[in-house]
Design a protein around this ligand. Structure first.
Ligand SMILES: [Zn+2]
Length: 213
């Protein structure tokens, strides 16, 4: 028999749905929030709601941006002509794209100050083993942007994993007929290593040592 009040049980259940939060951690968080941190509970709840309702994807590069209420099939808000701060920044090289898997990778690369082009966030990697097809990541959108923007160089900033390698090969194939210089961040990136966990020096080295594909 669960002796906890129903509302506390519900809170623990919901918290344990979050990535890397097990039932014990969820219980600890719930206890912290309901015990004597009601002001924290309120501000966490309010900021969660506000963020989930106002954060969407840039209609060009699919990085995060503040946007309206139109949502795509993954539930992300998506309103046309809503651009992220990078896409609207003056002085960025609009014919060089760096392709990454996740929004957090954009932040990791931006911290180095090494890259002054635009990004394209795929929101996943091609992974037949995990049942993720090429049509489930933002590849059609990439090709549309490459065609419309006269892109000269594409830098593949994808992780050195099986899925990252497969996605790089697939994109290379898509771009083969175009006059686009395709390179990949390689040197210094650990095999199987993830961009988001790499330090700035490692990413900077990876940019300088990028290899021609
Ligand atoms: Zn953007």
């Amino acid at each position: 028999m669960n002796l906890y009040p129903l509302s506390l049980q519900r809170l623990v259940r919901e918290l344990s749905k979050l990535p890397s939060i097990g039932e014990k951690s969820a219980m600890r968080l719930a206890y912290y929030l309901v015990n004597d941190k009601k002001d924290v509970a309120r501000s966490v709840a309010e900021s969660l709601l506000a963020a989930s309702e106002s954060i969407g994807l840039c209609s060009e590069c699919f990085f995060f941006c503040e946007t309206g209420s139109l949502r795509d099939k993954q539930g992300f808000s998506l309103e046309h002509n809503t651009l992220c701060p990078i896409c609207i920044a003056p002085g960025r090289e609009k014919t060089v794209f760096c392709i990454v898997e996740k929004p957090v990778d954009v932040v990791a690369i931006e911290k180095t100050g090494e890259f002054n082009g635009l990004y394209h966030v795929l929101h996943g990697l091609w992974s037949p083993l995990k049942g993720v097809g090429t049509d489930e990541i933002k590849l059609d959108e990439l090709m549309k942007r490459v065609n419309e923007n006269g892109v000269k160089e594409v830098i593949l900033g994808l992780n050195a994993t099986i899925e990252g390698d497969a996605t790089c090969l697939y994109i290379c194939d898509l771009l083969r007929e175009k006059s686009v210089n395709v390179t990949r961040l390689a040197q210094g990136m650990p095999k199987g290593g993830e961009l988001e966990y790499s330090d700035e020096v490692t990413i900077t080295r990876a940019f300088h040592g990028r290899v021609q594909l």
